[in-house]
Design a protein around this ligand. Structure first.
Ligand code: DC
Length: 223
């Protein structure tokens, strides 16, 4: 199977670019952040303190069912049989996902599921540690990044379009804080794999970024 790992910081356009590149290449797209978000929602629903690693680890009981299914070609997440694909996108779920993703037991719990998906499918898998930890043998590894300012600018526009009243400076500060947390955590910190190709989208738009990623994957597979 062909496995493409795409890692990078929040707001670099990973999911949009990965989804479009996968569609163009005929691979499936797997968003691993959605797995951490689903575990985060599970912990929230149980009312546990997501900042408490032992309490989070204790949520990973034998009867916990985290499933990723494809419905009309789109990834959907199921928790105990319930479709939680929308519930995992709230700001609370984002915070919970960030907290539970720092717990080693959670990463171990989700590891096999990610490995199996990549073993069974030609795929583009995006996340933070795909090229470094989950799929160290992926044929193509891309580190997709952009400056904090460019990423904050995009996120700011998105939020404004949704009618939210936010300040650019706050969005930028939040972005810098998240970068710091993701790259300084003890387990599976965000960093490019030694053999990753860095793609910087600071100065290019979405269409160009998608085309560049597709070209990068094709070039790497042909050489
Ligand atoms: O990409 P995202 O925002 O949906 O990810 C949600 C959280 O999960 C984010 O805080 C980073 C974390 N994550 C991770 O630690 N490892 C991954 N492979 C994917 C996401």
């Amino acid at each position: 199977m062909i496995n493409v790992a795409i890692d990078g910081p929040a707001g670099a356009g990973k999911s949009t670019i990965s989804r479009r590149a996968a569609a163009a290449l005929g691979y499936i797209y797997i968003d691993t952040g959605a797995l951490y978000r689903t575990v985060g929602v599970h912990a929230l629903r149980l009312g546990v303190d997501t900042q408490d690693p032992d309490a989070v680890a204790a949520c990973l009981t034998d009867d916990l069912q985290v499933e990723l299914r494809f419905v009309n070609g789109e990834q959907r997440m199921f928790l105990g049989g319930e479709d939680v694909s929308e519930a995992i996108r709230t700001p609370e779920a984002s915070l919970a996902a960030s907290a539970v993703s720092a717990v080693p037991a959670v990463r171990a719990y989700l590891f096999d599921l990610q490995k199996q998906l990549a073993h069974d499918n030609n795929c583009i898998m995006d996340g933070r540690d795909i090229g470094t930890v989950v799929l160290p043998d992926a044929q193509v590894k891309i580190f997709l990044t952009a400056s904090p300012e460019a990423r904050a600018e995009r996120r700011y526009k998105e939020l404004c379009e949704k009618g939210m009243d936010v300040k650019y400076e706050d969005v930028l500060a939040d972005m810098i804080q998240r970068d710091y947390n993701d790259s300084h955590r003890a387990i599976a910190p965000l960093k490019p794999a030694d053999d990753a190709i860095t793609v910087d989208t600071s100065n290019i738009g979405l269409e160009e970024s998608v085309a560049l990623v597709i070209r990068t994957i094709k070039d790497k597979l042909e050489n």
